[in-house]
Design a protein around this ligand. Structure first.
Ligand code: ADE
Length: 238
């Protein structure tokens, strides 16, 4: 099965962009995933091909018109694929959602520009708003590229048997342990002795310890969730 991405955008030339290179690029050429970029402007009905208008109630910027975006969306055969809209107002993207998407037939991805899309579109169509983080990009395209990159590397056959695995950051609910490679000594710093010991049990224990420490210090939010899931206090405990 090929993972099929349909991207609705005002900038179709931004695709595949970086996804034409490296791992994703090779997978694209091998037919492990494919994409189609749809120009939303082609669905504008007026002489000026306008896709946006000023915000109702006033304010800065422009809002994408629901009617034009809906026409573009309705022209796509979703064929069982979820319809996602990249927006900072969406639910934060997680590795779990990425894994689900990568295991499925693909996605239809709507990229907003300007101050967003007329909210009525989200009421009138089954659309899942997705955010890639708490910061604002100039449009959904870079967010769509990011989401696709995260999915593509998990498509069976894209990454070798190596890694892909369950050690990775977030798959365990923790950050990944730190990595080292040769030279053994660099600028007076050596690779931790345990990693050179050949003792696989000790190495595994050290990595688990490091993953936990780094997560606790760098991502207290993840650590709390991890610990909360591990030690459930008995109900009624004070
Ligand atoms: N469009 C603009 N900012 C975004 C974000 N943080 N995530 C997804 N889409 C966006």
């Amino acid at each position: 099965m090929t993972f099929a991405a349909t991207i609705l955008t005002l900038y179709p030339e931004m695709f595949p962009g970086p996804l034409g290179h490296s791992l994703a690029g090779r997978a694209l050429r091998e037919g492990l995933w494919r994409f189609e970029a749809v120009q939303i402007r082609d669905f504008a009905a007026d002489r000026h091909r306008s896709v946006d208008d000023t915000p109702a109630g006033g304010g800065a910027g422009m809002v994408m018109r629901a009617d034009v975006v809906a026409s573009a969306l309705d022209s796509v055969a979703a064929a069982g694929r979820p319809v996602l809209a990249m927006t900072p107002r969406g639910a934060p993207l997680t590795q779990a959602r990425v894994r689900d998407l990568a295991a499925g037939p693909g996605a239809v991805i709507l990229c907003g520009r300007f101050e967003g899309i007329d909210e009525r579109l989200f009421e009138a169509r089954a659309i899942e708003p997705v955010s890639i983080g708490d910061y604002v990009l100039s449009g959904g395209e870079m967010a769509a590229l990011t989401l696709l990159d995260a999915c593509i590397r998990l498509i069976p056959g894209v990454m070798g048997a190596a890694s892909s695995g369950m050690d990775e950051s977030f798959e365990t609910g923790l950050l990944e342990y730190p990595q080292y490679t040769r030279p053994v000594e660099w600028e007076g710093r050596t690779i931790p002795e345990v990693l050179r010991s050949g003792d696989h049990a000790r190495i595994a224990a050290w990595r688990k310890q490091m993953a936990e420490t780094d997560t606790r210090l760098r991502r207290p939010d993840l650590w709390e969730r991890h610990e909360g899931a591990r030690v459930k206090p008995p109900s009624g405990a004070r």
